[in-house]
Design a protein around this ligand. Sequence first.
Ligand SMILES: C[S@@+](CC[C@H](N)C(=O)[O-])C[C@H]1O[C@@H](n2cnc3c(N)ncnc32)[C@H](O)[C@@H]1O
Length: 463
Amino acid sequence: MSGLSVPTIRNLEAGKGNLSSLRTYLTSLGLKLHWLGAGESGDGQSLARRRQKLGVSQRAIAQRINVSHRTVIALENDFRGRIDTLDRCLSELRLRPTLKPIGEQPRDDINSVQTDDQLLSVWNASRNDPPQMALLHGDALDVMRSMPTAIVDCIMTSPPYWQQRTYAGGGIGEEQSVEAYLKDLRAVFKQAHRVLKPRGSLWINIDDTYHQRSMQGVPWRLILGMVEDCGWSIRNDVIWRKSGGALNRADNRFGHRHEHLFHLVKQDDYHFDADAVRQYPTLARLDGEVIATATGVTMEACLSRIADATDLNNDERCKATEAVKDAFVDIAKGLLHDFRLIIRGQNRVTHSDSQHTSARATRLVRDGFYLLKYDPRGSLSGDVWTLAPERSKGRDLHYAAYPEALCEKPILATCPIGGVVLDPFVGSGTTLAAAQRLGRHGIGIDLSEEYLKLATDRLNLPN
Ligand SMILES: C[S@@+](CC[C@H](N)C(=O)[O-])C[C@H]1O[C@@H](n2cnc3c(N)ncnc32)[C@H](O)[C@@H]1O
């Protein structure tokens, strides 16, 4: 049918041979090549346009992929050459080849996708405007490369995990080796560093993969690589403990029940609105006529501990008594709800006995006691968050969505109201749904048009 010999076809199917045979073969099957992230046509001119856009010369590409300058000229001008040369050139230009039926028109049925107007509406939106959303179709790396520097307040995302799923648009996660996967992700997060404002935050939800019966250490390998690339500071490794979930079918290891959510920043004075994410404090209480702290401790109980403190001298006892009485005055006024009374000889310092590392240890030696007062506005939660995973039921197309609740604290704390949240692997749009609900603008990128359609519907954007 194609006029090609059987050995040539076998060669092509093994990814070898030359481009003119490949084109003949694909045409006979009614298919044409196309590069994701570079328009509709998969030919030499689109390679040249892409190279120019990246500001790279023909000679530089030739050097990087280890071929002669003439080979690159032949590839760009006449789309002539070997398949493996094209392969290396595509990966250098960060393009992914796919196949499309010949004659298929560019898809414009998802109007909300990839319109620059939408992106402009996000850039131009003020803090007081209702949330503006832009969904962009393409490779996260390409799309972010085309974005201005220091433009978003917060990036919250869950990249594809290595070799765990095949998404509708292919893409990252399908690499043969974990090293190649980490390299691809690190390139994306270098761009994330560039587009993030100096006081911005990056949140990455990621899980590990078992390969040949061994965990690969993906989360920490990625994060340490990123620190090496851009000098990120790691603020938290939040453990998302998944409540419920599937049964552990392995009988030689324990069930895997958590994922990581890393919080990374570019500089020390990053935006963090602690008041927006405080836990409501447990209030002090009244037991009959007697006031007790939130944990049920009365003034009488504190004073009797002071009286029993054999390590304290009289002066220290008096001062401790005064401090406790003052604390209970504050409790009666509603200015304090709880405190701990630490007494020399009765308690150890909360974290360390060493006066080198602990100011509290110094106070205990010097004064004989101290009060550890809890912030009456409530404290911040710990770094283990128990949340139910998102059910794939009812979401026909996306199986790797995270729960909206996972995005709430990161967005509330690290994106100012009216700021811009970016998710470079937006999938079904969970991050942007949370951003929209919390009054932030949002930009989402995904390689898959199907997922973007899901996100479009979910965010109630015009179809
Ligand atoms: C783990 S899922 C994200 C799910 C999302 N958090 C949600 O709640 O729906 C990863 C997404 O990355 C997309 N993806 C894979 N490679 C990509 C690439 N190179 N550029 C942009 N998106 C990509 C996949 O299509 C998939 O939707």
